[in-house]
Design a protein around this ligand. Structure first.
Ligand SMILES: [Zn+2]
Length: 278
């Protein structure tokens, strides 16, 4: 199978977002108030998989009106995101980097997508959904949708970005996979499995893609780079540190399992855009 790693814009965040350890008010304050020049710039990844059933997209990235000229534009961001999220992310979307622009460059329309898989509902993963109208399916774990009623997620996941999109909600089932043994076998053939990796959000899915004896794991925001699971450092953006640690332990085990062709995080500056074949 071929997996294209796409960079659909950037976030500029405090170092405590990827490697923050604690989740508390002090940390949150730092994440919102760190000046732009002291932030780390991280990519926002989407993944395009050439699957036998048709092209599958994982996550949707930012949307064009956040960054009309392709650069960080606080006024444009303020029209799309609430103030605290604008302060958290400092997003930018360079020219031709929006998901529909990248699909068009490959000769693909949203209607050509067999499925769009959403790992979770944070805005950097779903804002681009409006560019994908017409996709044959858009799927999300029911747990993620259900818990979006929590106060913390109401603040993190503005409904205006996703509530009107035709999202199909799929239930996790008992599985040998994952830190909490919950997963969704999307096509019923183990080629693409959404594995619940809670901690960043309740319902977040990592995506396990199998091709014969080989597999790739897309860890979403359970980690920001291998440093998180190799040194057991929890990211500072999440809701439950113990669950984050359990998810990191599972990712570490999975990376060592036979057949692993790579583990990729949604915001790892060490992973360039490009194609891997496995
Ligand atoms: Zn993210």
């Amino acid at each position: 199978m071929k997996l294209h790693i796409l960079h659909c814009g950037t976030i500029r965040v405090s170092e405590t977002v990827p490697y923050g350890g604690r989740i508390d008010l002090n940390n949150t304050r730092r994440q919102l108030l760190t000046p732009d020049e002291r932030r780390a710039e991280l990519p926002v990844c989407c993944y395009l998989l050439e699957h036998p059933r048709g092209p599958v997209l994982v996550d949707a990235g930012w949307r064009r009106d956040l960054s009309p000229a392709g650069v960080y534009d606080p006024k444009a961001v303020a029209r799309v995101l609430p103030r605290h999220l604008a302060a958290l992310y400092h997003p930018a979307l360079p020219a031709d980097a929006a998901i529909h622009e990248q699909l068009a460059a490959r000769g693909l329309r949203p209607e050509d997508l067999a499925c769009v898989v959403l790992t979770h509902l944070d805005p950097d993963h779903v804002a681009g959904l409006r560019h994908l109208r017409g996709a044959r399916r858009i799927v999300l774990p029911e747990d993620e949708y259900f818990w979006s009623c929590r106060t913390v997620y109401k603040a993190r996941q503005p409904q205006s970005l996703w509530i009107d999109e035709p999202i199909e909600r799929l239930y996790y089932r008992g599985s040998p996979l994952g830190p909490v043994h919950l997963a969704i076998d999307l096509f019923g053939d183990e080629s693409l499995t959404l594995v619940n990796v809670p901690g960043h959000t309740d319902g977040q899915a990592a995506v396990l893609i199998r091709s014969g004896a080989r597999f790739v794991l897309l860890a979403a925001d359970a980690a920001y780079s291998p440093r998180n699971w190799r040194e057991a450092i929890t990211p500072g953006l999440g809701f439950d540190r113990e669950r984050q640690l359990a998810s990191l332990r599972w990712i570490a085990e999975t990376e060592k399992a036979p057949g692993c062709a790579g583990v990729f995080c949604s915001h790892d500056p060490g992973v360039p855009a490009g194609t891997i074949e496995f």
